[in-house]
Design a protein around this ligand. Structure first.
Ligand code: ADP
Ligand code: MG
Length: 342
C-alpha cells in the first residue's frame, strides 16, 4: 500500500511536527505518564537540542518519534507528522521502511545495538541489503558503500575495521560505526540520544563536529539529546528544555542562553542545578531530585523546587494551575512568572 500523504499535514517549513504527544507506561490507574502533551517542530536542516535531568522523558520521546516505545509503553495521544505523513496511521511495514531510510536513531551505547558475533562489514551490508530488498546480493557494491560510509565518519583504517568485530573497536570507533550505519541510507532526520555521553572529551568533540558536518553537507535535520549545555550552545540551532515529561522552555539557542525565562532553565544555565551528578553544596542550590512521573506535583511541576515560587511567597497559582504557553512563539517558557522581574 502506498504511503498516503496527508495534504493538511504538509508544512513546508517543518520536516517534523509533533502535536500533543503523550506516552504512558502500563495501563489503568497505575499507568505512568513519561511524556505529557508535548508539541514542537523541527525545520529542514535544523539541529534541535533537547536537555533535561535524567527521567524527564527525553529518551521516551525519542522512541515515540521512531514509533518504537517498548511495551508496556504506549503512545496515548497526539500525532507525529514526518515529512507530510502522520506516522501513527502507517502500517508496521511502512513504518519499518521509514525507519533507517528516512529516520535514524543513534543511541548512547552503540555496542548494545550491534550483533557481537558479526563483523562490521556484515552489520553495514545487512542494512543495505534490507533496503535493496531481500535476496539482493551485490557484495562488491555493498562493500564499497560500507567503506565509503566508514570513511565519511572519519573512521581510521576503514578497510581493516570492516573485518573486525564490534568489541575489537574502541568506544569512539563503535560510535562512529553506529553513526555510519545511521547515515548510510541518507535519512532526513537523525535522532541522536546522548550519542557522546559514554565517550571521552576529545572523541565527543569529534563526533559532534561530525554530526554538524552531516547537517552542513546533507541538510539532515538532527534532534540532539544531551546533558551538556556547552555542546548545545555550540552545535544546536534551537533548544528545548524538558522537565517532568513536559517541554518547559523552547527557543533559539541565542534566545534561551542569553535570556532564559523559566526558573528551571535559569538554574541549569547558572550551574545551580547540574544536569548530571549532585547539586553543588551551596545554600542556594535547588533542593531535591526531579519528581518521578507517579509523583508529579499539581500546577507547575517545578514549583516544589522553584526559587521564584519561594521568593514570591508561594503563590497559589503555581501550585494550582498549569502554566499556559503560546507554543507558536519562537521563544516561550511554561512559567506563570516567565516575563516578570522577580
Ligand atoms: P530520560 O531519557 O530523560 O532520562 P526516560 O524517557 O528514559 O527519561 O524516562 C522517563 C520516565 O519514563 C522514567 O522516569 C520512567 O518512569 C519511565 N520509563 C521509561 N522507560 C520505561 C519502561 N521501559 N518501563 C516503565 N517506565 C519507563
Ligand atoms: Mg535518556
Amino acid at each position: 500500500m502506498p504511503v498516503v500523504f496527508d495534504e493538511a499535514a504538509v508544512d513546508s517549513e517543518s520536516l517534523l511536527r509533533v502535536e500533543n504527544l503523550s506516552v504512558e507506561f502500563g495501563s489503568g490507574p497505575r499507568a505512568v505518564r513519561a511524556v505529557d502533551d508535548v508539541s514542537f517542530t523541527i525545520g529542514h536542516g535544523e539541529i534541535l537540542g533537547l536537555v533535561g535531568e535524567s527521567g524527564s522523558g527525553k529518551s521516551t520521546l525519542c522512541l515515540a518519534l521512531m514509533r518504537i516505545v517498548p511495551a508496556p509503553g504506549v503512545v496515548k495521544s497526539g500525532r507525529v507528522v514526518f515529512d507530510g505523513r502522520d506516522l501513527g496511521v502507517l502500517s508496521v511495514r511502512q513504518m519499518r521502511e521509514i525507519r533507517g531510510n528516512e529516520l535514524a536513531l543513534i543511541v548512547q551505547d552503540a555496542l548494545a545495538t550491534m550483533n557481537p558475533v558479526t563483523r562490521i562489514e556484515e552489520q553495514i551490508v545487512e542494512i543495505l541489503r534490507d533496503h535493496a530488498g531481500k535476496g539482493t546480493v551485490d557484495r562488491k557494491n555493498f562493500r564499497e558503500r560500507a567503506l565509503r560510509a566508514l570513511r565519511s565518519v572519519h573512521l581510521p583504517n576503514a578497510e581493516l575495521n570492516l573485518r573486525r568485530y564490534p568489541h575489537q573497536l574502541s568506544g569512539g570507533m563503535q560510535q562512529r560505526v553506529a553513526i555510519a550505519q545511521g547515515l548510510i541510507l541518507e535519512p532526513k532526520l537523525i535522532i541522536a540520544d546522548e550519542p557522546t555521553t559514554a565517550l571521552d572529551v576529545t572523541v565527543q568533540a569529534q563526533i559532534l563536529s561530525l554530526l554538524r558536518e552531516v547537517r552542513d553537507t546533507s541538510g539532515t535535520s538532527i534532534v540532539f539529546v544531551t546533558h551538556d549545555l556547552a555542546t548545545v550552545a555550540e552545535i544546536c540551532d534551537r533548544v528545548m528544555v524538558m522537565y517532568a515529561g513536559r517541554i518547559v522552555e523552547s527557543g533559539t539557542v541565542r534566545e534561551v542562553f542569553k535570556n532564559p525565562e523559566h526558573p528551571y532553565t535559569k538554574a541549569l544555565l547558572s550551574g545551580l542545578l547540574p544536569l548530571v551528578g549532585e547539586p553543588p553544596e551551596e545554600l542556594d542550590a535547588l533542593p531535591g531530585q526531579p519528581p518521578r512521573p507517579e509523583d508529579w506535583p499539581s500546577g507547575c511541576r517545578f514549583h516544589p523546587r522553584c526559587p521564584v515560587y519561594v521568593r514570591l511567597g508561594k503563590p497559589d497559582v503555581c501550585r494550582e494551575t498549569d502554566p499556559n504557553v503560546d507554543e507558536t512563539q519562537s521563544h516561550w517558557a511554561a512559567c506563570h512568572f516567565a516575563n516578570q522581574e522577580v
